[in-house]
Ligand binder design. Structure first.
Ligand code: ATP
Length: 341
């Protein structure tokens, strides 16, 4: 029998609940400090207790996973805590394509893949002196929006950067990435591509609630002007969104373009869940600032099934369960190598 394993954070609960519902064994790599939390959930069959998630690379952990024929489901925490080299060195089969995770973590590679997929992107600004319009300044990797800031010109950029350095939030020699700010309705488009069926499924849309940029919007402008705190984009939670039906066709096209581009640049392509993240402007034109090449935590809002999956499946289907279904089908038909790397 195959088991499903993941790190205890991010979306591990829905991943393991979905696996249990599919009749698979569930294993959680769990930090000691969270043991009590995860023991509350009866669908977790086995906990591998670690001091730090890096121990997933250790022989001890990998041999438990191997003994259980486990497939490891990567999520945001794996990317945040391990380097690309470390992720690529994992011996346990990783669901989807572990090689594409590097393309998510490295800003230049990310931009290249998005261009290859023809996704409409905000303009990148190479030097602070070239800032002409409102920009957002980001850190490398999946920083989760912490330490990001907006700037209207070079002077504004320098003031804020210096403040964040002196507050200890970013470091002096960190390379920052500057991009024009795209205003509109946030939409994080979640997909699943099945290499077994060679089919793209649109799962759902979420919005992120980010502190404290969102909190700032709740206070009157005169009070905003008096605060000199630099608002961050730290994600606190997610909420659901449905799109105007007339936008769906373009959503599928973007998803398909992304899958096709990934096939060309990073074999075996974009298998499993992924997310295209951006905003819709006043003309319903989408601009994408980011993608995630694995399950996103925004799928947690649809643990009981999403609006779009209820159109495709006559049963409750979460993203966690969809992943487990793919693993189960691949196991039964001897095609695990098609869905893991
Ligand atoms: P994660 O890996 O958690 O997705 P990240 O660190 O890679 O995050 P982004 O998703 O690129 O960061 O950005 C974080 C947030 O900043 C976004 O959710 C969005 O609210 C805002 N943001 C990023 N880029 C832009 C942009 N060009 N225009 C407007 N808002 C943006």
């Amino acid at each position: 029998m195959t088991a499903i394993a993941t790190l205890g954070s991010h979306c591990s609960l829905q991943v393991l609940k979905g696996a249990k519902d599919e009749g698979l064994k569930t294993i959680l790599v769990c930090e000691k400090k969270r043991e009590k939390l995860y023991k509350r959930f009866p669908f977790i069959d086995e906990l591998i207790i670690v001091d730090s998630f890096k121990e997933v690379l250790d022989q001890k952990c990998q041999s438990i996973l191997e003994k259980n024929n486990a497939v490891l489901i990567p999520h945001g925490t794996l990317i945040a805590q391990l380097s690309s080299e470390e992720i690529e060195s994992i011996k346990t089969p990783v669901f989807g394509n572990k090689w594409i995770l590097r393309w998510e973590s490295d800003r230049n590679m990310k931009e290249k893949l998005m261009r290859e997929a023809n996704l409409p992107m905000p303009k990148a600004v190479t030097k602070p002196k070239d800032i002409e319009k409102l920009v957002i300044v980001k850190r490398q990797g999946a920083a989760g929006g912490k330490g990001y800031f907006m700037a209207a010109n070079e002077e504004d950029y320098n003031t804020k950067r210096n403040q964040l350095i002196s507050d200890g939030i970013i470091s002096k020699d960190e390379t920052l990435y500057i991009q024009e700010y795209a205003a509109g309705v946030l939409a994080y488009l979640q997909f699943f591509y099945s290499p077994l069926k060679e089919e793209l499924e649109f799962f759902g849309v979420d919005q992120r609630h980010e502190s404290d940029i969102e909190g700032l919007g709740r206070i009157p402008a005169d009070q905003q002007l008096k605060t000199n705190k630099i608002p961050s984009f730290n994600v606190i939670g997610n909420s659901p969104l449905v799109l105007r039906e007339s936008l769906l066709n373009e959503v599928y096209t973007m998803g398909e373009n992304f899958v096709n581009a990934a096939k060309r640049v990073v074999s075996p392509g974009m298998n499993g869940p992924f997310c295209i993240e951006g905003v819709y402007d006043e003309n319903a034109k989408f601009t994408s600032f980011e993608f995630s090449a694995r399950i996103v935590a925004g799928s947690n809002i649809y643990m009981d099934g999403s609006p779009y999956y209820s159109l495709l499946f006559n049963e409750t289907m979460s993203m966690g369960k969809r992943i487990a279904r793919e693993v189960k089908t691949a196991t039964e038909t001897n095609q695990l190598d098609k869905i893991t790397t």
